[in-house]
Design a protein. Structure first.
Length: 98
């Protein structure tokens, strides 16, 4: 499975199954992950296996979303900036805690 080109696979999935159905699948997978996280946090359920499964599904579907809208680079750039902001906020937070 390591030799699979994810970008080509995502393009194929959107081509075969269609943009709208795949974007609805993105929403469904995110909802399923949300549900499992809520079970874990609110109900203290031991459902790590389900969280792993749903997180993988969401990552795959986000790959298709980025492919579908051709926004891979923009998302990567925005994510890099967001990560810098998180580092800055963490640094500030930790300074206050000392």
């Amino acid at each position: 499975m390591n030799d699979i080109n994810e970008a080509k696979l995502y393009e194929r999935a959107v081509r075969v199954w269609g943009k709208e159905p795949q974007m609805l699948q993105v929403i469904e997978e995110m909802s399923e992950l949300t549900k499992e996280i809520l079970k874990n946090v609110n109900r203290k359920k031991d459902n790590i296996a389900e969280i792993i499964e749903e997180a993988a599904d969401v990552e795959i579907m986000l790959g298709q979303l980025k492919c579908c809208y051709k926004i891979e680079k923009q998302v990567a750039d925005y994510k890099a900036e967001k990560l810098k902001t998180i580092v800055k906020r963490l640094d500030e937070w930790e300074k206050k805690e000392k």
